[in-house]
Design a binder for this molecule. Structure first.
Ligand SMILES: NC(=O)c1ccc[n+]([C@@H]2O[C@H](COP(=O)([O-])OP(=O)(O)OC[C@H]3O[C@@H](n4cnc5c(N)ncnc54)[C@H](OP(=O)(O)O)[C@@H]3O)[C@@H](O)[C@H]2O)c1
Length: 378
C-alpha cells in the first residue's frame, strides 16, 4: 500500500515535469513549472506556466477545475511563490483561499524572494507540505533557472556537430553539412530553448549562418539573440545576421580596443541595423575574458547561452570550465584531417583531464547524440 502511494506520487510529479515542458523556451527568465490537483485519488485539474508575465502554473491548474477543489492535493514541481514584487499575485494566497489541504513540491524556489518562505506560509495556514519528491529530476528540468537565479550568469550549453574522428570541418574549413537533416532539426529545437546563441567570428565569415529558430508554433517567432564574438573589423558585414529582419537581435561581443578601431562607416552601418555591441576590456591581444562576457550577458537578462562553435570558442570555454551542458552530435563519417572540435586546452597529464558524466545517448536516423554534464563543476 505504502509503495503504491509513493509510486502514485512519483507519477503525479513526473506528469508535472511533462506539463512544465509546455513552457520550454517561452518562460525565460522564469522557471518551467507544471502542476496538477488530485482529489479522491483522481486528477481533477492540470496546468503549466505558459509564458513569462502570464499566470503561474498553480493558477492555471486551479482555474482548470470547474467544481470545488477543497481538500485536494496540489502537486507542483516548484515551491509556490509568496511575494508581491511581480505582475501576478502570490500563488500561496490562492492555494490557501481555495481550501487545498496538501501540497507536494519537488524543489524549493532558490529565488531569494521565495526560498522556503512559500512553504512556510502554506504550513502556517495549516496546509501539509512535502518537499523533495524527485528533487534531482526537478533540478535538471530547471537547470537554466537554477543557475541564473543563484549566480546571475547564463547557463552555458555547448553543442558540437562532429565526425567520428572528432572533426568539425575539413582542412579547407568546409563544414556544411557534417550531420544530417534529423540532427539539424534537433538543433533548431535546442536553439528554441535558449535566450542567446553564440558563434565565433571565423564561423560567421566561413559559414554565414542564420542562427534562427526555424520551427512551427509555439516557437514560430522565437528569436534568440545572436552573439558574434571577435574583432568587428574582421567580420563580414554582408553576413545574414547583420542584414536579415532580426538584425536588431544580433550582438557583437568584442574587446574595447578592437571596437575603438572600428571605422565609422562600419559602425554606422551596424548601428543603422540596430546591431548591439558588448565591449569588454581586452585581456590579451584582441581577446576578452569569457567569464566577464558571461557576466555581462547575465546583466542583460540573458539567462541561457547556446554555443555553436567553432573550435576557438569551444576550446576557451572547455579550458575555463565554463560549460554547464555538452551535446555532441556525431555523424558516422570521417574526414581524416581537418579541424578538431577542440584546438587547445591546458591539459598535460591524464589525471588533469576534464571529466563529463554521460546523461543520455540517443541514436536516430544514423546519427548519435551524446548529452553530457561536467563533473566536479564548482
Ligand atoms: N561542426 C560544427 O559543430 C561547427 C560549428 C561551428 C563552426 N564550425 C566550423 O569551425 C570552423 C571555425 O572555427 P574556428 O575555431 O576557426 O573559429 P571560431 O571559433 O568560429 O572563431 C574564432 C574567432 O573567434 C574570436 N574569438 C574567440 N575567442 C575569443 C575571445 N576570447 N575574445 C575575443 N574573440 C574571440 C576570434 O575572432 P577574431 O580573430 O576576429 O579576433 C577568433 O579568431 C569553421 O570551419 C566552421 O565551419 C563547425
Amino acid at each position: 500500500m505504502q509503495n503504491s502511494l509513493i509510486n502514485c506520487s512519483d507519477s503525479h510529479m513526473r506528469r508535472c515535469f511533462e506539463l512544465a515542458m509546455g513552457g520550454d523556451g517561452l518562460v525565460s527568465p522564469n522557471p518551467l513549472v507544471g502542476a496538477l490537483l488530485v482529489k479522491n485519488g483522481k486528477i481533477i485539474g492540470e496546468g503549466f506556466h505558459v509564458e513569462s508575465g502570464q499566470h503561474h502554473a498553480e493558477v492555471n491548474t486551479i482555474n482548470s477545475v470547474k467544481g470545488s477543489i477543497e481538500g485536494s492535493t496540489l502537486y507542483c514541481n516548484l515551491e509556490p511563490c509568496c511575494h508581491t514584487n511581480k505582475r501576478t499575485p502570490p500563488c500561496t494566497d490562492l492555494i490557501i483561499s481555495r481550501g487545498i489541504s496538501r501540497v507536494v513540491i519537488s524543489n524549493l524556489d532558490p529565488n531569494p524572494l521565495v526560498s522556503g518562505r512559500g512553504v512556510e506560509r502554506l504550513r502556517q495556514a495549516g496546509i501539509e507540505v512535502s518537499v523533495g519528491l524527485l528533487e534531482e529530476k526537478g533540478h535538471l528540468l530547471n537547470e537554466v533557472f537554477f543557475k541564473y537565479i543563484t549566480t546571475k550568469r547564463p547557463f552555458v550549453h555547448l553543442k558540437v556537430a562532429q565526425t567520428i574522428d572528432g572533426r568539425i570541418a575539413t582542412s579547407s574549413g568546409h563544414s556544411k553539412w557534417i550531420t544530417n537533416q534529423s540532427s539539424r532539426a534537433r538543433v533548431h529545437q535546442l536553439r528554441a530553448k535558449y535566450d542567446a546563441i553564440c558563434v565565433g567570428r571565423e564561423t560567421l565569415n566561413l559559414d554565414n549562418p542564420q542562427l534562427t529558430v526555424r520551427l512551427d508554433p509555439p516557437y514560430r517567432g522565437k528569436a534568440p539573440y545572436r552573439v558574434i564574438l571577435g574583432n568587428p573589423n574582421k567580420m563580414n558585414l554582408d553576413s545574414r545576421v547583420f542584414n536579415d529582419s532580426l538584425a536588431d537581435r544580433t550582438i557583437v561581443a568584442c574587446s574595447d580596443v578592437e571596437l575603438s578601431k572600428l571605422n565609422l562607416t562600419a559602425r554606422n552601418l551596424l548601428e543603422s541595423r540596430n546591431v548591439k555591441f558588448i565591449e569588454i576590456d581586452e585581456t590579451r591581444k584582441g581577446k576578452i575574458d569569457w567569464a566577464k562576457l558571461i557576466a555581462r550577458l547575465g546583466e542583460c537578462m540573458i539567462t541561457s547561452l547556446f554555443i555553436e562553435g567553432g573550435s576557438g570558442i569551444y576550446s576557451d570555454l572547455i579550458s575555463n570550465r565554463l560549460v554547464d551542458r555538452l551535446s555532441i552530435f556525431i555523424a558516422p563519417k570521417v574526414f581524416g584531417s581537418g579541424k578538431n572540435w577542440l584546438q587547445y586546452t591546458d591539459i598535460d597529464r591524464v589525471e588533469d583531464s576534464i571529466g563529463f558524466m554521460i546523461e543520455d545517448v540517443k541514436t536516430f536516423d544514423q546519427q548519435i547524440l551524446v548529452e553530457m554534464l561536467p563533473l566536479n563543476k564548482e
